[in-house]
Design a protein around this ligand. Structure first.
Ligand code: SF4
Length: 379
């Protein structure tokens, strides 16, 4: 299949691995964070770490949409369904994220809450039209990739004057989170495994373009290489990062030129700008409160804002005591460092959010952990 097969070619992968081995300096360590869960998935699925030299380490970042959702936000959605008797609609993976009191949206549904899985916010609009006597809330989560469809749904609801539809907006922003990771005390003090650069998100960057990473790369003096989600994309990005580090450069480079431009998708950015504004602060699972890192609905669309409509206030809730998702999302620990990994916590019975989605670091390690047994390729 075009754009798939040629980016999974084993021969090219071996050539790229040989180049990486030839160009790394043996006298230094390289630590790169793949921000996006899609890259974590690709690394694990295709065994890319086994092809890298021992002194090149990949560290998982917080770019998995359901992994960063704090318990308090899921509790809000469940509360709307259980206490307000609203029909709450959301994407499939969100249904399984653990919430307070041993609940998840899926378990709340089993207890009678009217919670429905949808593929798009437009499905939620349809449900609202079909149920004029019920409140219908779309639980909008995710990064810049899923924000434009939510914005369009709100504009459509406004156009139709659909009075029983609203959105619980938990959309978050990528560049703010990348900056926050480097500025967090743990990472600043984390002298033994410093971060040398970032593999930048693929789908997010299609929307926002590569330009928003430029202030970060310049300000933090860290290279960013935006990469596609196929294994050769990620390997090429790692090679580009190694070259930047060796040259002492800290630029934004774009490996994913078949889809990402510097400016991004202007039409999608416009609709997002019309409907949403920045929140001063938002809690991320694992990162805590991050300034200017999420969106809320503008006052012009307040009628379709579930937080205002139901007068919701946010209550932070601590994670399961033994779950290491917070440390994993900051890149401080790996999934196998968690005592619950693969025993108490599995994809069938997730104890934390990182085990829910295939993009979550724990789920990716659990599903594709065999890469650890593949022999390392040398140049
Ligand atoms: S294995 Fe489960 S409990 Fe442990 S960090 Fe991952 S999601 Fe949390």
């Amino acid at each position: 299949m075009k754009y798939i097969d040629e980016f999974r070619d084993g021969e090219i992968a071996r050539t790229l691995a040989a180049k990486i081995h030839a160009e790394v300096r043996p006298d230094r360590q390289y630590a790169f964070m793949e921000f996006c869960g899609g890259h974590t998935h690709a690394l694990s699925r295709y065994g890319v770490p086994a092809l890298l030299p021992d002194n090149v380490k990949m560290i998982h970042g917080p770019g998995c949409p359901v992994c960063v959702l704090p318990i308090g936000r899921i509790d809000q959605a469940i509360g709307l369904a259980m206490n307000q008797k609203a029909i709450v609609c959301t994407y499939g993976d969100t249904m399984r994220v653990p919430a307070s009191g041993g609940l998840s949206m899926q378990k709340a549904k089993a207890r009678g809450a009217d919670i429905r899985m949808v593929y798009s916010p437009l499905d939620a609009l349809k449900i609202a039209r079909q149920n004029p006597d019920r409140e219908v809330v779309f639980f909008g989560i995710g990064f810049e990739t899923t924000t434009p469809p939510t914005a369009l749904a709100i504009q459509q609801a406004a156009k139709e004057e659909l009075a029983n539809f609203s959105v619980l907006c938990c959309h978050v922003l990528t560049p703010a989170a990348i900056t926050h990771i480097l500025q967090s005390p743990e990472v600043k003090q984390w002298g033994t495994v410093p971060l040398d650069g970032f593999v930048g998100p693929a789908h997010v960057s299609i929307l926002i373009g590569s330009a928003p990473y430029e202030p970060f790369a310049e300000g933090e003096r860290k290279p960013v290489v935006i990469a596609g989600f196929e294994p050769l994309d990620v390997m090429q990005a790692i090679l580009m990062l190694i070259r930047q580090v060796n040259d002492g450069r800290h630029e934004v480079e774009n490996e994913f030129t078949r889809a990402v431009t510097r400016e991004g998708n202007a039409a999608a950015q416009k609709v997002v700008e019309e409907v949403f504004e920045h929140r001063e602060s938002f809690e991320w699972r694992g990162l805590g409160e991050v300034a200017d890192s999420a969106l809320r609905i503008r006052p012009a669309y307040a009628r379709w804002d579930a937080e205002q409509r139901f007068d919701l206030s946010y209550q932070p809730v601590p994670d399961h005591k033994q779950c290491e998702c917070g440390a994993i999302l900051r890149g401080v620990k790996r999934p196998t460092d968690c005592k619950l990994f693969g025993t108490v916590c599995t994809p069938e019975n997730p104890m934390g959010s990182c085990m829910v989605s295939s993009e979550g670091a724990c789920a990716a390690h659990y599903s594709y952990g065999r890469w650890r047994d593949i022999p390392v390729v040398t140049a």
